[in-house]
Design a protein around this ligand. Structure first.
Ligand SMILES: Nc1ncnc2c1ncn2[C@@H]1O[C@H](COP(=O)(O)OP(=O)(O)O)[C@@H](O)[C@H]1O
Ligand SMILES: [Mg+2]
Length: 377
C-alpha cells in the first residue's frame, strides 16, 4: 500500500488539501487578468497551490506558462527557459514546439537534447553578443501578449521564485521586464517568492520598477483544524488508527508547517503501516529517528552561525512566541541590545533560517528547531 503522505515534491489531487480561500482568490485574480505577488516562506505550498489552480482551470481558455526561476540563475538561462516554456505551452507535441522555436526566434537556434529517461528537451544555441541579448530579450518578453492577441486567448505567466531576477544584473533587467509586463493587456502575471524581504522590497519601494504593480497575497500556514482533518483522513484511508490527541501532538511538534507535517506523517506511516495503529510512543520514536538522521546536517549548519546568532536561535527555539525585541527577552537570554538582535535576525532571515509569519519569528526548519531544543539548549 502506498504512503498517503507526500513531501519534498509538488502535491496535487488527493495529496493536496485545503487552501480553498487562496484558490478562490487566485481564480478571481486570473479571471480579472490582474497581476499578483504571492509570498510565503519556502515549503509552505506556493508552487503546489498555483499549479493546482491551473489544473482546476484546465477547461478554461487561458494558456498557462510556468517558469521555475530556480532553474534560471542567469539572465540568459532565464530567456532560454522562457522561450522554451512558451513554445511548449502553445503546442501539444514536441516537434511542434521545436518548429515553433525555429519560426519564432531569430537568434535562438533550437536543438534537441535527451534528458533522463530519454525525454527530449529543447535547448538553444546562440552567439551571445550584447546585441543578441537585447534582441532575444525583446523577442521573448513580448511574446506572451503577442500570443494572447493572435490566439484570442488570455495568457497566464507564472514566474515562480521571482526575486531570483535580482541576481541577473541588478535593477536593470527588473526595469526592462516591467516595461513589457506593463503594456500587456491580455496576460496576467503571477509572481511568487519565498524571499519575503526581497520580494516586498521590489514592490514597496517607489524607486523600484515593480512598485505597486500588482495585488499582494501572503500565504500563511494551513489552519490547524483543516490539517487535523486531512491527517485523520489520510491515516484512515489506509486503515490506520490514530487518536485525535496524537494528531494534535504531531501538529504541535511541527507547528502546522505544511512540509514538515507531511514529512513527519510520512515517516510515521512507514513505521506503523503494518501494525495499523499509531500511538504516542510511535510519534516520539519517529521524531527521534528523523532528528538522528539529520544530526550531521544540523551540526554543520549550527557551525556556521556567529555566537550572537546562536544565542538568538536558542532563544527562539525555547520561546517561539515571545516578543524578541522586549527588554525582558533580551535580558533573559543575554542578547545585549535591540540593534544586535535586529542585526542577527536580519542575517538569519536572509539565510532563510528564520521566517516571519503573522508577525511571529520562527526557525523555519521545524526539526532543526526541535533538535536545538533537545540537544543544544
Ligand atoms: N495544500 C497542501 N496540501 C498538502 N501538502 C502541502 C500543501 N501545501 C504544501 N504542502 C507540503 O509542502 C511541501 C512543499 O510544497 P511546495 O508547493 O513545494 O512549497 P513552496 O513552493 O512554497 O516552496 C509539499 O511537498 C507538501 O508536502
Ligand atoms: Mg516552490
Amino acid at each position: 500500500m502506498a504512503n498517503p503522505f507526500r513531501y519534498g515534491e509538488l502535491v496535487s489531487g488527493e495529496y493536496f488539501f485545503d487552501r480553498e480561500k487562496e484558490k478562490k482568490e487566485l481564480h478571481q485574480i486570473i479571471e480579472s487578468a490582474i497581476n499578483v505577488f504571492l509570498y510565503g516562506p519556502r515549503r509552505y505550498g506556493k508552487t503546489s497551490l498555483v499549479l493546482e489552480v491551473l489544473k482546476e482551470r484546465k477547461g478554461s481558455q487561458e494558456i498557462p506558462i510556468y517558469l521555475d526561476l530556480l532553474k534560471a540563475p542567469t539572465k540568459r538561462k532565464f530567456l532560454e527557459l522562457y522561450a522554451r516554456e512558451i513554445a511548449k505551452a502553445v503546442t501539444t507535441k514536441f516537434d511542434e514546439a521545436l518548429n515553433f522555436c525555429k519560426r519564432t526566434f531569430s537568434r535562438l537556434i533550437p536543438r534537441i537534447v535527451f534528458k533522463a529517461n530519454n525525454i527530449p528537451e529543447i535547448e538553444f544555441d546562440a552567439s551571445w553578443t550584447r546585441e543578441t541579448e537585447t534582441a532575444v530579450t525583446e523577442e521573448v518578453l513580448a511574446l506572451p501578449e503577442e500570443i494572447a492577441q493572435k490566439k484570442g486567448r488570455r495568457v497566464v505567466v507564472i514566474l515562480d521564485e521571482f526575486p531570483e531576477i535580482t541576481n541577473y544584473d541588478g535593477k536593470k533587467f527588473e526595469g526592462i521586464l516591467r516595461s513589457f509586463i506593463q503594456s500587456h493587456q491580455d496576460v496576467s502575471y503571477i509572481f511568487t517568492g519565498s524571499k519575503r524581504r526581497l520580494l516586498l522590497k521590489m514592490i514597496s519601494d517607489p524607486k523600484r520598477a515593480f512598485y505597486k504593480s500588482g495585488k499582494i497575497m501572503p500565504l500563511g500556514k494551513i489552519p490547524q483544524e483543516e490539517f487535523e482533518t486531512f491527517i485523520a483522513q489520510r491515516f484512515k484511508s489506509s486503515n490506520i488508527r490514530i487518536a485525535k490527541e496524537n494528531i494534535k501532538l504531531i501538529l504541535e511538534m511541527t507547528r502546522n508547517h505544511p512540509y514538515y507535517t507531511q514529512m513527519l506523517c510520512w515517516e510515521l506511516w512507514e513505521k506503523v503501516s503494518i501494525k495499523k495503529q499509531a500511538l504516542k510512543e510511535d510519534i516520539s520514536e519517529t521524531l527521534n529517528t528523523t532528528l538522528n538522521h539529520q544530526r550531521e546536517y544540523f551540526l554543520t549548519l549550527w557551525d556556521n552561525f556567529s555566537p550572537h546568532q546562536k544565542v538568538l536561535l536558542l532563544a527562539l527555539a525555547k520561546e517561539p512566541l515571545a516578543n524578541i525585541f522586549s527588554r525582558e527577552f533580551i535580558n533573559k537570554f543575554g542578547l545585549a541590545t535591540v540593534s544586535s538582535v535586529q542585526k542577527s535576525l536580519h542575517r538569519l532571515m536572509e539565510l532563510e533560517v528564520v521566517d516571519k509569519t503573522n508577525n511571529i519569528y520562527e526557525i523555519s526548519d521545524v526539526f532543526f528547531n526541535l533538535w536545538l531544543r533537545e540537544e543544544v539548549a
